[in-house]
Design a protein around this ligand. Structure first.
Ligand code: TPP
Ligand code: MG
Length: 330
C-alpha cells in the first residue's frame, strides 16, 4: 500500500522541487563543463533519478547519516552539502569537500550527515550498517541510509550486511536505486529473482518496491520507513524504480548503443519528476510559471557562484599530498 502524501504542504513541495531542480541544473552544468577538461575526474550523473535523493533526504534529520556511491552528486545536494565545495572537488581544488583528492566519486559532507561515497560497488553498504550499529550501541536515535544501485545487489557484501543488520536490528534503511542497469547489463541478465527488494525477506527484513519518479511517493515511503526504523525498529529495504538518462559514466547520451532502448528514455521523460512536481504544484498549490522561473534563476545564480569559486580556488599544495592518509603505514 502506498502511504499518503497528502500531508505535503506548499512549503514542503517548494523544498522538494528546489532540491530536484538544483540537482538537475548542477549536473547539467557539470555536463557542459566536462568537455573542457577542467573537471579532473570521471562523472556519473544522476539525471532522471533526482526524486530519490530529494524525497529520501527530505524525510531525514540533519543528524541522520547517509552513504552513497560514485553517483553521489544528487545525495550531496539533497542532504544540504555546500555546492561550492562540490564544484571545487570536481576541479581538484583544495577547497573541495575532499580537498581535491576525491573527485566526483568520493563526495563527503559530514557536517550535514553525508559520511562517504565510494567508487567500489557496494562498499559503503557495510560501512552504513556499522555506522547504524554504532548509533544503536551509543544510544543515539539517528537513522543511517545506504544508497546503492541494482548492481550492488549482486555483491556478497550486500547479503553480509543484510544479515548483520537483521541480527543486530540496527537502524539502517537500504535505499536501492534500481535503474535496471549495472553499466550495460540489465537486472534480468544478472538475477534469477528480479524482485530485488525481497532479498532480505528470509532474514525478516521488510522490503518494498515503489515508483522512484514521483517525489511525493518517494518521500511518503521514506517517511514511513524512518518512523519504523528510528529508535529500534527493524531495518528495511526500499527499492525505488527509476531510469538513468545519461550514459553510465560521462555527460553523453547512450540510448543508441543497443543495450537499452530509446523508448525507455522516452517513457522516463514522460514521467520526469520535475515536470510532474510542477504540474502538481500548479494545479493544487497555486504556483505559477513565474514562480518556477524565479526559483530556476536563483539556483542558476548559486551554481554560477559555485563554479566561479571552483575556478578561482587554488590547487592543493604539494605538501598536502600525504595529509589525511595513514602516514605511519606509508
Ligand atoms: C566491486 C566493483 N566491481 C565492479 C566495479 C565496476 N563498476 C563500476 S559501476 C558498476 C555498475 C554498478 O551498477 P549499479 O550498482 O546498478 O549502479 P548505477 O551505476 O546504475 O548507479 C560496475 C560494475 C566496481 N566499481 N566495483
Ligand atoms: Mg543500476
Amino acid at each position: 500500500m502506498t502511504p499518503s502524501s497528502s500531508y505535503l504542504d506548499s512549503s514542503a513541495w517548494n523544498e522538494l522541487f528546489r532540491k530536484m531542480l538544483k540537482i538537475r541544473l548542477a549536473e547539467s552544468r557539470v555536463a557542459e563543463i566536462y568537455p573542457t577538461d577542467k573537471i579532473q575526474s570521471p562523472v556519473h550523473l544522476s539525471l532522471g533519478q533526482e526524486a530519490i535523493a530529494a524525497g529520501v533526504c527530505h524525510a531525514l534529520r540533519p543528524d541522520d547519516h547517509i552513504y552513497g556511491t560514485y553517483r553521489g552528486h544528487g545525495i550531496f545536494i539533497a542532504k544540504g552539502g555546500d555546492l561550492k565545495k562540490a564544484f571545487a572537488e570536481l576541479y581538484a581544488k583544495n577547497t573541495g569537500c575532499c580537498r581535491g583528492k576525491g573527485g566526483s566519486m568520493h563526495y563527503v559532507a559530514p557536517e550535514v550527515g553525508l559520511m562517504g561515497c565510494s567508487a567500489i560497488v557496494a562498499s559503503t553498504i557495510p560501512v552504513a550498517v556499522g555506522d547504524a550499529f554504532a548509533a544503536k550501541y551509543l544510544g543515539l536515535d539517528r537513522v543511517t541510509v545506504a544508497f546503492f544501485g541494482d548492481g550492488a545487489v549482486g555483491e556478497g557484501v550486500f547479503f553480509e550486511s543484510l544479515n548483520f543488520a537483521a541480527l543486530k536490528q540496527v537502524p539502517v534503511i537500504f535505499v536501492l536505486e534500481n535503474n535496471n542497469y549495472a553499466v550495460h547489463s540489465c537486472v534480468k541478465e544478472r538475477h534469477k529473482v528480479t524482485e530485488l527488494y525481497k532479498f532480505g525477506e528470509g532474514l525478516g527484513i521488510k522490503g518494498i518496491r515503489t515508483d522512484g519518479f514521483d517525489v511525493a511517493n518517494v518521500y511518503a515511503n521514506m517517511r514511513e520507513a524512518v518512523q519504523t526504523v528510528r529508535g529500534g525498529g527493524s531495518p528495511m529495504v526500499l527499492e525505488f524504480m527509476t531510469h538513468r538518462w545519461a550514459e553510465h559514466v560521462g555527460p553523453g547520451a547512450d540510448h543508441n548503443e543497443k543495450y537499452r532502448d530509446r523508448a525507455l528514455l522516452n517513457l522516463a521523460i514522460e514521467r520526469d519528476s520535475i515536470q510532474m512536481a510542477k504540474n502538481t504544484m500548479k494545479r493544487g498549490l497555486g504556483f505559477s510559471d513565474d514562480d518556477f522561473l524565479r526559483i530556476e534563476n536563483e539556483l542558476k545564480a548559486e551554481i554560477d557562484e559555485a563554479v566561479g569559486f571552483a575556478e578561482k580556488s587554488p590547487i592543493p599544495d604539494k605538501k598536502e599530498l600525504y595529509e589525511g592518509l595513514f602516514k605511519e603505514r606509508i
